[in-house]
Design a protein around this ligand. Sequence first.
Ligand code: NDP
Length: 291
Amino acid sequence: MAASVIDGKQLAQALRTRWKLRADRLNAAGVAPGLAVVLVGDNPASQVYVRNKIKACGEVGIRSEEHVLAADSSLETVLALIDRLNSDAGIHGILVQLPLPAHLASAAVIARISPDKDVDGLHVHNMGSLLSGQPGFVPCTPAGVMEMLNTTGVNLRGLEAVVVGRSNIVGKPVALLLLQAGATVTLCHSQTKDLAQHTRRADILVAAVGKANSISGDMVKPGAMVIDVGINRTPEGKLVGDVDYAAARERAGWITPVPGGVGPMTIAMLLCNAILSAERCAVARGIRLDI
Ligand code: NDP
């Protein structure tokens, strides 16, 4: 039987509706949630991602600002902008769109963002909080992956989870969140010997590689939950994930599509983090929100 499709678009819409109420409450209390998006250069894919994030902000009642810097901007220029946004009381979240041009060290740029405004959850402070199980901002894509798994209603405790990809943005935080949820986690990467031997054991399989067809149908355990984070463009211009969707759907229990899977969830989780940040700020100012 074909897998149930976890519809990221629908799930993201439901989340946005729920969180819009919280944004409305903040706006009514005089705290307009504010998100600043920093784009350096003119990478067309990044421009699309930024446009989508700004549009989504408007739909839930978050005030957003787009700061576009030239591709050849110096590190000092980028850091000066971040400093200004850090000290702007009307900004509750700062997002630097990655990747940055090669001459800018993204670690240095992210390290400059105030951890309290790091709604992407990439600052080492928030990464450390995630590692040690303390509250902080959870990176958006991994948080979206967990929301998608949770909609299946399956208890993740004790399940075998295999994450393919170990980036700081996706693979590692997904592995930590699965560990927190009680799964037994294996983290695979380009040096992994016999990837299929691992994936075939996975009750939960998360693919975050960035290469189409990294996961073929026969690498999927029958009945597994398959979350495809990858976004790849075929030579024909079609967007596909890392998983051979048609073949994997015949074996999996649940599967996420590309497009319309993890992508919309990433944006939804960013909105949640921005609203959460504004709520924390309001509470710190002694404003009652009755959440
Ligand atoms: P990275 O390139 O940073 O990481 C890719 C990971 O895949 C690395 O850990 C790499 O291993 C591993 N890898 C590469 N080849 C293989 C292989 N043959 N077998 C097993 N592992 C392999 O990518 P990201 O984590 O940033 O992104 C992954 C994908 O997810 C991309 O397609 C990206 O576009 C997409 N993405 C989607 C988002 C969304 O919202 N849907 C958000 C963020 C990313 P090693 O470390 O050894 O090099």
